[in-house]
Design a protein around this ligand. Structure first.
Ligand code: GLN
Ligand code: ZN
Length: 769
């Protein structure tokens, strides 16, 4: 094979790249623009410079076709809404007056106008802005951003492929606009939307696009027959256009299932499929569908969601099989590299022996290029890379960090009995009632109190060495005293220490657990200009010493009322970290659970009678396909029970969940066997209380009566009305009174007023019982 024809048979590409820049330049430019310190022109220039730098870097690394249009000033779904002209009525004037300011108004709202709703992008920690559609939505093509970015890349002399959210996914992720009937199906607008896509495709072709990628990740979820039929119609119609570029339909995050044979048959020119372990079924399904003869297959063999090096030999084997199944195979990541940090080489504090296991976007790009080269030219052409990869993988497999015999032996010896509380809930409940002596409708909070500037300054001072650990501790203690004094005065029944010492509910624990790594620059976009640095759960996990006990104990020393201990649960620890991929998730969860179980035991021994284990991420980590859910929920609920089941009957275990609707996991909530659960409920008017009641949930629950996502102070009567609603579903003996979630993002004035109203509401409703 000549080098030229080999390159044609196997190229290297990616679906998208981190947007922020090596020093989060994009964040700084956008936030500067919001504050009026950066002009629109300067922001656009920064953005263009970053795009150009990314493309150059990709091309130099050996990516033969770069993605365009994956850049976003806020969110790619919002960009898609602009592209198809789906600007909500309430934002039209602002967008017409100043498109950039109007764009950010849709994303963030203004004093007078609400933003679009934000929600999670599949099961990632990225959040998108939900399109608002209705029967009157009038789509109109606006390809300007896509065309401009394509031209920028082409001007660099690169082969470039615009990446667009596909029409089916766009509609499936949309919701009825305000004022539109709740049962309106955005997918019913498909026939109206397709001509708009046709126009955009023609514009892109005219601008020089040979290929255009249409992302359809919504097709990896369970889809009803009519939804699959709609997708089939969509690609029959778009494929049948005469004035169009070649179409690559991309899926990621899971297997395509029934959509795979359908798309393989459709008149598009190529498919991008996820071939990582979670979507391994795609391989057999593709073969069963007869492959993609004469078409292009973009093979996502490098995991775009984790930060571990690829097993190059394994990937080559998969790619070798795929070569026989398609006209042309390109190597890629399983999804956009948006979901991983930019460059592992920027990490200076990670042990080099561990750093060699890590692969961020830049390293993944190199892996993709290497695999493409190996596929095209044979493994001899990449023998040095293969040898280095083998050594790196061996270093990880043999490391003491990934294999702590003590941790492994303990995890292997866990018995069913250790994961079950005894005695039964009824007996526990009366022991707890006697022990705690709480009134009916007891009041509590979810844990955190406002994270003030002073607290953040104290942390920064400690890090910079401006204050020592003792001075820092003094500041934390002062805060705990204030938080306790307020709660006692307000008349709250079960108190908290306020979590002033925690930077973040996962990071705080990760920093104290052996097996976890922190990064300095490992930023990943969560939404808009918000970036997070998830810790890396790299090795076997253990707890060298107690993590929270002294603060809870200090708080308890200040009051006679019970102070609730506060921990982050094993599932949430995993969900908001990068987790190891060299063992089943359930095994990792069990190690975390055992470390937390020791903490629970130490809290109890230190005199804590109420311990809350937060699992806000239990619902969001639910697998995309229903068939995978039972297995997940089995290990997830077991890990929670393993964390909590070692306590005495009269120690009360609480849990807390938020960020989701819970209707479909009520059984799992029941399986946690927590004595009390607090849940987000204020905005949905206590819907979850009714869902729990319908299920026959037997234990105590506190559906939130104070929406903490807004600075608005709920009135006492409003909270009382919600409580009465809660009482329709949950009897007074089992109903708690609490906010929706922690108060860390709130200010003190509204927190004070809201909690005083909450206590007043509890007293009023109690008085009427
Ligand atoms: N205990 C945590 C807090 O109060 C819970 C946060 C959460 O659920 N996201 O902040
Ligand atoms: Zn919460």
């Amino acid at each position: 094979m000549t080098a030229e024809s080999a390159a044609a048979a196997a190229g290297a590409t990616v679906h998208g790249y981190p947007r922020q820049g090596p020093n989060r330049e994009l964040k700084k430019a956008i936030e500067g623009y919001w504050k009026g310190r950066v002009t629109a022109e300067a922001l656009q220039q920064t953005a263009e410079d970053l795009r150009v730098a990314n493309w150059r870097q990709l091309a130099e690394a050996g990516i033969h076709e770069v993605p365009t249009g994956d850049y976003s000033s806020y969110d790619h779904m919002l960009d898609a809404s602009v592209m198809v002209g789906a600007i909500p009525e309430r934002h039209r004037a602002a967008v017409a007056a100043d498109p950039l300011a109007g764009y950010f108004a849709m994303a963030r709202g203004t004093q007078d106008v609400a933003p679009l709703e934000m929600t999670k992008w599949f099961d990632t920690n990225y959040h998108y802005l939900v399109p608002e559609l209705g029967p009157d939505t009038d789509f109109a093509a606006d390809a300007a951003k896509q065309v401009a970015e394509l031209k920028e890349a082409l001007a660099l002399g690169l082969a470039a492929r615009p990446v667009l959210v596909g029409p089916v996914t766009y509609l499936l992720l949309a919701k009825p606009a305000p004022g539109v009937a709740a049962d309106f199906q955005p997918l019913s607008l498909l026939e109206r939307l397709l001509p708009v896509y046709a126009e955009i495709l023609a514009d892109l072709r005219a601008a020089g696009a040979e290929w255009v990628q249409l992302d359809e990740p919504a097709l990896v979820q369970d889809r009803a027959p009519d939804e699959l039929a709609a997708a089939e119609r969509a690609y029959r119609e778009l494929g049948g256009l005469t004035d169009r570029p070649k179409l690559l339909v991309a899926s990621y995050f899971d297997r395509l299932g029934d959509a795979l044979p359908m798309l393989a048959r459709s008149p598009v020119d190529g498919l991008a499929l996820d071939f990582t372990e979670a979507a391994a079924a795609n391989l057999d399904a593709l073969a069963a569908a007869g492959g993609l003869p004469g078409k292009r297959l973009v093979a996502g063999v490098v995991n775009g969601r984790n930060i571990w090096i690829n097993d190059l030999e394994k990937s080559l084997a998969v790619l070798g099989t795929l070569l026989g199944l398609a006209g042309r195979v390109d190597v890629s990541a399983s999804c956009s590299l948006l979901h991983v940090p930019l460059d592992a080489r920027a990490e200076r504090d990670i042990d080099p022996e561990v750093l060699r296991w890590l692969s961020f976007a830049r390293q993944k790009t190199a892996e993709i290029a290497t695999l493409a080269k190996g596929l095209a030219q044979g493994t001899d052409a990449i023998s040095a890379e293969l040898a280095a990869n083998r050594a790196d993988l061996a270093s990880r497999a043999d490391s003491a960090l990934t294999h702590d015999p003590v941790v492994r032996a303990r995890a292997a010896a866990v018995t069913e009995a250790e994961t079950r509380r005894s005695p039964s809930y009824a007996e526990r409940a009366s022991a707890q009632r006697a022990h705690l002596g709480l009134p009916l409708l007891p009041t509590t909070t979810i844990g955190s109190f406002p994270q003030t500037t002073e607290l953040r300054t104290a942390r920064a001072d400690l890090r910079a060495g401006r204050i020592d650990a003792d001075a820092y501790d003094e500041r934390i203690k002062t805060e705990i005293r204030d938080v306790l004094a307020f709660q006692e005065k307000a008349g709250i029944d079960v108190l908290v220490h306020g979590e002033p010492e925690r930077n973040d509910m996962v990071q705080y624990f990760a920093e104290q657990l052996t097996g976890y790594l922190a990064t300095q620059h490992g930023w990943v976009q969560s939404y808009g200009t918000r970036y997070v640095r998830p810790p890396i759960l790299a090795g076997d996990l253990s707890r060298p010493e107690p993590m929270t006990v002294r603060w809870t104990q200090y708080a308890q020393s200040l009051t006679r009322r019970p102070v609730k201990g506060m921990l982050t649960g094993p599932v949430t620890m995993l969900a908001w970290s990068f987790v190891r991929d060299d063992q089943p998730l359930g095994d990792t969860a069990r190690q975390v659970a055992l470390a937390l179980r020791d903490e629970v035991g130490d809290l109890e021994a230190a005199g804590t009678s109420v311990i809350q284990v937060d699992e806000p991420a239990l619902r969001e980590t639910l697998p995309l396909r229903a068939a995978d859910r039972d297995a997940y929920l089995a290990w997830a609920t077991e890990a929670f029970r393993l964390t909590t089941a070692g306590v005495r009957p009269d120690t009360q275990i609480h849990t807390h969940m938020c960020y989701a609707e819970f209707g479909d996991i009520v059984q799992a909530i029941d399986d946690l066997d927590a004595d009390v659960i607090s849940l987000e409920a204020a905005r949905s008017h206590m819907q979850v209380a009714h869902e729990l009641a319908e299920h026959g949930y037997p234990r105590e629950a506190g559906p939130g009566v104070y929406d903490i996502h807004s600075p608005r102070v709920p009135g006492a009567e409003e909270a009382a009305a919600l409580l009465r609603k809660g009482l329709e579903a949950i009897p007074a003996e089992r109903l708690w009174v609490n906010p929706d979630c922690g108060l860390k993002t709130r200010g003190w004035p509204e927190t004070r007023a809201s909690l005083e109203n909450l206590v007043a509401a509890a007293r009023t409703v109690r008085g009427a019982l």
